[in-house]
Design a protein around this ligand. Structure first.
Ligand SMILES: Cc1cc2nc3c(=O)[nH]c(=O)nc-3n(C[C@H](O)[C@H](O)[C@H](O)COP(=O)(O)OP(=O)(O)OC[C@H]3O[C@@H](n4cnc5c(N)ncnc54)[C@H](O)[C@@H]3O)c2cc1C
Ligand code: FES
Length: 346
């Protein structure tokens, strides 16, 4: 569902990252830390959809805000940075995403961030520290240089406020150590031995790990932590860039499925879908522009409700359990499996 919200404020975080503070509109609804909004942008007459994670925490009374880093040559991130000002309106979805957490009693949390990957983790960290007075959080944060650290002042403030409960370690890969020693900064890339130290120190507390950043950092973190014996169910990952889409299958027959989708642009739409490929692909091949963005089951932009028939989602990184229970499915990773399929927006 799309809604229009006003941008209350634009905060410059670094030379290429900025925060959009949004109007606290009831239409956005409530969100969990770590979730994101789809932004529907009109760029040169084309609709461009991109996802931006909340950096704010509603639990501590902050208005909704997302933080965006301009990607070199990137369409949406540069458009947002260069064209939007306080007072402008943007079209966004309701919050989506499964990279989140519910609150418990006491836990030991490790967060690993690279660049703009700090955004959902910052929201989660503020929420965990405020909501769970006995929990402890360690953040390993990788950047090229001190100038590129997003939320540097905010992280320093949180470390003081939650003294002994939050530890931040910066890793700067393209900067040399200056004459003044900085206790919490290492001037090199993060490596597997950094995880060894952490796991050795907190192994008994069975840490929970949240990772968000470039693919190389996420791969290094997951492999290192798995090698050290941390089970997969303790490690949660959010990817900002995908791996190239959901692959077609060749093992189904040549059968087709008759698909009907209700409430699309005010009326129903019908088309035949190949069972060897996701429903979204068949629709686009037939010239029907159903809503979508990532095509990699990450953003939730292609979400619809399954009314009848069978559909198998090959992957799902976007829909939380409660939406799955309500019958929502993703069309970019959903393969039709029955003769007929009835779906509905809304
Ligand atoms: C679930 C989710 C949450 C996200 N949350 C955030 C967030 O909080 N803050 C944020 O800044 N971004 C976030 N992103 C990424 C964001 O949605 C866009 O992909 C990003 O801003 C690039 O879009 P663009 O249109 O500027 O670049 P495009 O025009 O789409 O891409 C231009 C070029 O940059 C490369 N590229 C695309 N994205 C990245 C990237 N993130 N890093 C490096 N290279 C890239 C592409 O491969 C391409 O070559 C999130 C993505 C997902 C899926
Ligand atoms: S298009 Fe992003 S989840 Fe389907």
């Amino acid at each position: 569902m799309k809604t229009r919200v006003k941008i209350e404020k634009v905060i410059r975080e670094t030379s290429d990252a900025f925060t959009l503070v949004l109007e606290n509109a009831p239409s956005i609804g409530s969100y969990l830390p770590g979730q994101f909004l789809n932004f529907f942008l009109d760029i040169n007459g084309e609709e461009v959809v991109r996802q931006y994670s909340f950096s704010s925490s509603a639990l501590i009374g902050e208005p909704p805000a997302v933080t965006i880093k301009k990607v070199a040559g990137g369409l949406a991130s540069n458009f947002l940075g260069e064209h939007l000002r306080a007072g402008d309106e943007v079209s966004v979805s309701t919050p989506s995403g499964r990279f989140t957490t519910t609150y418990g009693e006491r836990r030991r949390v490790l967060m690993v961030a690279g660049g703009s990957g700090i955004t959902p983790l910052y929201s989660m960290m503020k929420s965990i520290l405020a909501r769970e007075p006995e929990s402890q959080v360690t953040l390993l944060y990788a950047n090229r240089s001190s100038e590129s650290i997003i939320f540097k002042a905010g992280l320093d403030y949180l470390e003081q406020k939650y003294h002994g409960r939050l530890e931040v370690k910066h890793f700067l890969s393209a900067e040399d150590a200056g004459p003044e020693k900085q206790e919490n900064t290492v001037f090199r890339k993060l490596n597997r031995f950094d995880f060894q130290k952490y796991v050795d120190a907190y192994w008994k507390e069975s840490p929970e790990v949240f990772i968000c950043g470039p693919d190389s950092l996420m791969d290094l973190s997951v492999v290192s932590l798995s090698d050290l014996g941390l089970s997969d169910d303790r490690i949660r990952v959010e990817a900002f860039t995908g791996t190239g889409g959901v692959e077609n299958t060749n093992d189904a027959s040549e059968a087709c499925t008759q698909v009907e989708i209700r409430d699309f642009n005010g009326g129903p739409v019908a088309f035949r879908a190949d069972r060897n490929q996701p429903v979204l692909k068949s629709a686009l091949d037939a010239g029907i522009r159903l809503p979508h963005s990532c095509k990699e089951s990450m953003c939730g932009a292609c979400k619809v409700k399954l009314i009848s028939g069978q559909l198998h989602m090959k992957t799902n990184y976007a829909l939380p359990d409660d939406e799955l229970e309500q019958g929502y499915v993703l069309l970019c990773s959903g393969f039709p499996q029955s003769e007929k399929l009835a779906l509905q927006y809304g």
